[in-house]
Design a protein around this ligand. Sequence first.
Ligand SMILES: [Fe+2]
Ligand SMILES: [Fe+2]
Length: 224
Amino acid sequence: MPAKRRPAPTDPDTGEPGRRKPGERDQLLRPDWRYVETFNMDDFRRDDWAVLNNQRDEYLRTELPRQVLGMLKASAHAPTFGYAINNFEHCLQTALLLYQDDYDEETIVAGLLHDLGFIVCPHDHGSFAASLLRPFLSEKNLWMLEHHEIFQRIHLHEYQESEDHEFVNARERWRGHPYFDWTAKFVERYDIVAINPEIESPPLEFFEPMVYRVLSHAQQQRGQ
Ligand SMILES: [Fe+2]
Ligand SMILES: [Fe+2]
């Protein structure tokens, strides 16, 4: 007997599908794809893994960029804790400034997503972005993402009660590193100034095709 499919979209306001009920399955991305017909991974065997392996790469090419954009969109209307614009608008402004300076798509996308984890992973959001984008970005932009928080410190005047030189100048340990200058420039020209309510950014849709292009030519992804 064929498995019951999750019902078609039902919510008239959001267009979202109704929730899956017991006995139903979520839809496959492509109607001609197959389900794994056992529900404990301990019971999976070669044929089951083949089903997943055959369908995973195409799935990730479309769903990975879509879900990353969804993460960013989730913050579009978030309030702020004092900045004049929220983190979503900050990300758009960074991308806009890079676009206006004729950077390549990969760098614009790195800028758009550099603070994707700023709220949900506040103390390590550079590593969060770098981990997310590792299959898609150059070493130069990954290094920039990973280190941009530390490179910001030199601009955070009177951030601390008493100036801790070691904290403020922590970037100096990488002076001479091939990506030092790019990271310092990104922070100074495209990050710390991208909090300006006077700037009008294009909608996220403007950058979406770039995100799809950059995040679709993935190196082989591995996973279950
Ligand atoms: Fe940041
Ligand atoms: Fe930022």
